[in-house]
Structures are given as structure tokens and as C-alpha cells.
Design a protein. Structure first.
Length: 138
């Protein structure tokens, strides 16, 4: 079984735990775009840059975007991968920056692939929910 398939159930529970799935089991439509674009952002800009861009919280959009990183970190934390057992969004960014600055190509590549896999699992699980427009999207 591929890693993404193993992480689907974790992704489902993480979506609720982080607050992306609301009390009526719906997801704001804006999250679909954030999660869908995240993988491309990682590939184009690199993992540290993609994480940093999504962790900017000085706007309402930023407060929503950081939830994507929080849910990815939760998927990694709840996975069976021991090196992620104490990870959160901040330590995920710190770890990716440290690996990039040290020139540790192989561990950075592994982390990048795991983050992309977590994003794919989230994207697949989000499709099982109904989406709703935010009040400011109308």
C-alpha cells in the first residue's frame, strides 16, 4: 500500500482536528484552492519557501492558509514515521530550513515528498466533503 493510501484516514481526522471541516461537516471552498496549489508551490519554490509563504498570518487569508500547513503537520505527526512524532507547523518549517541550509539533499527530498504525500492525502479526503462558499466569496 502506498504512503498516500495509508495516510487517508489520518488526513480525514486531521481535517476535523485542525478545524478545516466545520461543525456541519462542510469545508470552505477556499481551502480547496489552497490545498490544490500547495504541491505545485512546493515543486516550484522549494519546501522551505512554500511553507513560509503559507505561514504568513497577518491577513485573514493568511490565517486560513496556515491551517493547510497545520493539517499537513498533523498528518505527518500522526503517521507511523518516527521522525515526525513531535512535529507541528513551526517545527516543520524549521526542519525544512535547517536541511536546506545544511545542504542535506536526501533528507530534504524525503521530507519534501512526505509533505507532498500528506497534501495529496488531504486533497483526496477533502473531495469526500461538501464545499461551501465563504461569506466573502459570494
Amino acid at each position: 500500500m502506498k504512503q498516500v493510501e495509508k495516510w487517508l484516514k489520518i488526513a480525514d481526522t486531521s481535517l476535523s482536528a485542525v478545524g478545516i471541516v466545520d461543525s456541519d461537516s462542510k469545508i470552505k471552498e477556499v481551502y480547496k484552492g489552497y490545498v490544490s496549489s500547495f504541491g505545485a508551490m512546493v515543486i516550484q519554490n522549494g519546501l522551505p519557501a512554500a511553507l513560509a509563504i503559507n505561514m504568513k498570518t497577518d491577513t485573514e487569508e493568511g490565517k486560513q492558509r496556515i491551517k493547510v500547513i497545520e493539517v499537513i503537520a498533523k498528518v505527518l505527526k500522526d503517521s507511523e514515521v518516527s521522525e515526525y512524532q513531535n512535529i507541528d507547523s513551526k517545527t516543520l518549517l524549521e526542519k525544512s530550513c535547517k536541511l536546506a541550509n545544511n545542504g542535506d539533499v536526501r533528507p530534504l527530498r524525503t521530507l519534501k515528498q512526505d509533505v507532498i504525500d500528506a497534501g495529496i492525502a488531504l486533497k483526496l479526503m477533502m473531495r469526500t466533503y461538501e464545499f461551501k462558499k465563504s461569506k466573502n466569496e459570494d
